[in-house]
Design a protein around this ligand. Structure first.
Ligand code: PRP
Length: 210
């Protein structure tokens, strides 16, 4: 492995904010700001290499050491429980994991609850903690449709502004956990590239306090 610090950024709107935070912390990479479809960018002067990956894949790159550090949503960390260090809450990408249902839904505790979600483990852990029997229906997207079509009683999904729920006549029944973006590090990189990671961490922590 080379000596550059490899940083996995979540592709998309959140990633732009994340890169801006690294830049503000003194780790800019001018080539990343040129608009093109390249995915990997280096700034040898600062010893950093950035790459854009699908937000839900950041933790995999970091866990396996293809990236030394990265930024992932707490939802992904809770769902997949990757072997990484969670270094800092960046206080961006804020939303919540919630249970939602049709406005007229009334829970019958005697019945097994049908739960549609992309976040199977989060849903299972949540309902296990309540001692509630559920039937998980794993979906990959457009989760909001499930209760409307009678595929499930409720959904467990991310709610940010609440617009998606509202426009589909659904409402939040319960918030499971607040979510935000986290700076994460590969465990061995944290040992072997400690100076650089610590300096990024310190500067980002300071910035997020400002
Ligand atoms: C998430 C989530 C909801 C939506 C909530 O989907 O699954 O559909 O955002 O946001 P809102 O409360 O502001 O309406 P996302 O756009 O991340 O993509 P996905 O459909 O791939 O899950």
């Amino acid at each position: 492995m080379d000596n550059m610090l490899n940083i996995a950024l979540p592709k998309g709107r959140l990633g732009e904010k994340v890169y801006a935070m690294f830049k503000a912390a003194g780790f800019e990479c001018p080539s990343i700001e040129e608009t093109n479809r390249k995915l990997i960018f280096e700034n040898p002067e600062k010893n950093v290499r950035y790459f854009w990956v699908k937000p839900s894949d950041v933790a995999i790159y970091v866990e396996r050491g293809a990236a030394d550090i990265g930024v992932a949503g707490k939802d992904i960390l809770l769902e997949y429980n990757p072997e990484v260090y969670e270094l800092l809450d960046l206080d961006i990408g804020k939303c919540r994991m919630a249970v939602a249902a049709k406005n007229d839904f009334r829970d019958d505790p005697k019945k097994t609850l049908k739960v549609a979600t992309k976040f199977t483990n989060i849903a299972l852990n949540y309902y296990t903690s309540l001692g509630r029997d559920i039937d998980i229906i794993h979906l990959n997207g457009s989760i909001e449709i499930a209760p409307i079509l009678g595929l499930s009683d409720v959904i467990v999904d991310i709610v940010e502004t609440g617009t998606t729920l509202k426009e589909n006549n659904l409402e939040v029944v319960e918030t499971i956990v607040p979510i935000s973006a986290r700076l994460i590090a590969n465990k061995s990189s944290f040992k072997f590239k400690n100076d650089m990671i610590e300096s990024i961490l310190a500067r980002m922590a300071k910035k997020s306090e400002e």
